[in-house]
Design a protein around this ligand. Sequence first.
Ligand code: SF4
Length: 123
Amino acid sequence: MAEHELTCIGCPLGCALRVETDDTGAVVRVTGNTCKRGEDYGRREVTCPTRTVTSTVRVAGGKEPVVPVRTRTDIPKDRIFACMEAVRQAHIAAPVSIGDVVLHNVCGTGVDVIASKAVPARE
Ligand code: SF4
């Protein structure tokens, strides 16, 4: 039996969570959460932590030099640095639309990196 104390990042309230796990690492109980999102976060954070990655990618021929990007969904926390490196090396040609895929299946996570802003081409 082990106890993990976490702060929920689901909203600005930042509830103090306590997650109890058994000897196999399985979650037995989550307490301290105010809503179901907190319970889900506590279970996931202890067994398979994930995060959405946000960054910027260089734009060739655009009215702006970079475009904000994010992973379409969360990726495993232990893949974040590899993902950031792939994003750092990436570039995209203008024009860019919101939702355009910048990187397919980034680092084998099964998740795409997409543009979160439009960047028109330079005239
Ligand atoms: S448990 Fe719910 S209310 Fe508390 S911080 Fe997490 S999301 Fe917000």
